[in-house]
Ligand binder design. Structure first.
Ligand code: ADE
Length: 250
């Protein structure tokens, strides 16, 4: 992933991208992140980035000029870019989008908005408006970090063990199955026998069942979105009949 981030607060992003996995991915040149302060693209001595809304109303609006100037500057090197505006009005970002972004060869430009809004004419600059969830943040910086983080860990070579990505629940479209590590017994709580049985087929089946069970209980909307296999349908009907039996016992 290659990206340029336009922000008024580069330090917010700097703190995160210079730690842990993202830091190592940058050092290994697996990702390329460049931060730009939008204020550096203002042309007045006050370095103004916001102004009152035409038509009145509360709050300030992000001015178009510094953002246009910043994008023109970036495009000056001729490299094609996909410009993304982070805003609560955008297309929802999810794991599928993260996977698509991780395969994208073009450079991204993430524009982090602030203030009450952004001058509508900025929309003519952008390829896509993206939201990380149905809530309003004080700015797009956290959203840019969420996207950078979710995409970076999908890039081959970033995480030590590639299997951890293949195995993880959201690749199945389900919530995660439970994990355990040593000790086998802790404060009277035991690791399920199947996980120490060495029977890999049984372990795989158990994990799928647990993931389906948890998703049914906590996020039934996700079950509706995935294509269930014949085995999944059988597991789900087993789960339903186990629940019927326990209802009878209650
Ligand atoms: N900026 C403010 N809120 C946001 C959100 N939910 N997603 C992306 N950018 C934002």
């Amino acid at each position: 992933m290659k990206c340029d981030v336009l922000t008024l607060f580069p330090d917010i992003l700097n703190a995160y991208i210079n730690e842990s996995i993202i830091k190592r991915a940058r050092e290994k040149n697996l990702i390329d992140i460049r931060l730009y302060n939008i204020r550096d693209f203002t042309s007045d001595s006050y370095r103004t980035v916001d102004d009152y809304p035409f038509g009145g109303g509360a709050g300030m609006v992000f001015k178009p000029e510094p953002i246009f100037r910043a994008v023109d500057f970036l495009r000056g090197d001729g490299e094609p870019r996909r410009v993304i505006l982070l805003s609560p009005q955008g297309r929802p970002f999810n794991q599928l989008a993260a996977e698509a972004y991780s395969r994208e060869k073009q450079r991204f430009v993430f524009i982090c908005g602030r203030y009450e809004g952004i001058d509508e004419r900025v929309k003519t600059l952008i390829d896509e408006e993206v939201s990380i969830g149905d809530y309003v943040l004080t700015g797009g910086e956290l959203a840019a970090l969420v996207i950078i983080d979710a995409v970076t860990r999908l890039i081959p070579g970033v995480l030590g063990d590639e299997r951890s990505i293949e195995d993880e629940s959201f690749s199945w479209g389900l919530l995660d199955y439970p994990d355990y590590t040593r000790p086998r017994e802790f404060r009277g709580l035991n690791v399920p026998d199947v996980l120490v049985s060495g029977n890999h087929k049984e372990i795989k089946l158990w994990r799928r069942k647990q993931a389906l069970k948890k998703t049914m209980a906590l996020r039934p909307d996700l079950i509706e979105k995935i294509e269930l296999t014949v085995l999944d349908k059988k597991i789900l009907s087993d789960i339903a009949s186990e629940e019927d039996i326990s209802d009878d016992i209650d």
